[in-house]
Design a protein around this ligand. Structure first.
Ligand code: GEK
Length: 243
């Protein structure tokens, strides 16, 4: 079990807030940070476990790309048959170090295999489910299509990609409204205006959101038959793309 240290990384004014990184300081507070920053995070995690069970046959393989501290992998493990395998990948050494001891595959559970690598470099084969839970937003825009094409090729017929992302909106009024509502959500979770603003600066040019239309167009170009939003809470959405 991973403990819930409180995220206080941006409580003090920083002269020069540096670009956001998944380093040891972030990893230390990550579960608290993501739950208080991403509206609906826990609902999405639970639903991914259920979707994995719906689409994964016996001896099936699921991928959790950008696994962080393994919330998606552990949720899938709870639901999957013990013959299944989950491949969890992240390129942050601090995340992987902290996750390693938290991963236990008891005899009666699907096995979780942990890989320290860039998700653009790994091979994907015979996947029933691939999950990108708030990860694609950190991949440079120019690499996104090629990466999704690789995922499409690695999925079995009838497999799915679950893609969760922070969205932006073409309409400026919608953009303002959703940004404001997200900030109000964070305030309601106990973050101060200064913490919200400093975190926002740190994420600039690191987390690059796109519109729902851009995502759906790219998924279609990558080969997916269809993609639908199954969950949205302000500017955070999760899609299911079908092969
Ligand atoms: C969750 N899915 O709890 N290769 C591998 N990992 C990467 C790469 C890359 N190129 N780029 C970023 N990451 C998780 C939450 S967090 C989302 C995902 C957030 C990893 C990065 O190290 C981090 O662990 C994760 O993607 C993004 O459901 O913090 O907003």
């Amino acid at each position: 079990m991973i403990n819930l240290n409180k995220d206080n990384l941006y409580t003090q004014p920083l002269a020069n807030p540096s670009a956001f990184e998944f380093d040891a300081a972030v990893v230390q507070v990550f579960p608290d940070m993501i739950q208080r920053s991403v509206p609906g995070y826990q609902t999405i995690i639970t639903a991914i476990g259920l979707l994995a069970a719906r689409f994964t046959p016996k001896y099936g393989v699921c991928y959790d790309l950008g696994c962080s501290l393994g919330a998606v992998s552990l949720s899938m493990q709870k639901q999957l048959d013990s013959s299944c395998k989950i491949i969890a990948v992240d390129n942050s050494p601090a995340m992987i170090e902290k996750l390693k001891p938290a991963i236990t595959s008891k005899h009666q559970q699907a096995k979780i295999e942990l890989i320290h690598a860039d998700i653009r470099d790994i091979e994907i084969h015979n996947a029933s489910v691939v999950v990108l839970n708030f990860t694609l937003q950190f991949i440079p825009i120019n690499d996104r299509l090629k990466f999704l094409q690789k995922i499409y090729q690695g999925l079995s017929a009838g497999g799915i990609l679950i893609l969760s992302e922070k969205l932006c909106f073409e309409n400026p009024q919608q953009q303002r409204l959703h940004t404001e509502m997200h900030h109000l959500f964070k305030q309601a979770q106990g973050y101060s205006a200064m913490e919200i603003s400093q975190k926002r600066s740190a994420l600039e040019n690191v987390l690059i959101p796109e519109t729902l239309f851009q995502h759906q167009q790219r998924l279609y170009t990558a080969g997916f038959n269809s993609s639908e939003v199954w969950f949205q809470y302000f500017n955070f959405a999760s899609m299911i793309a079908l092969k």
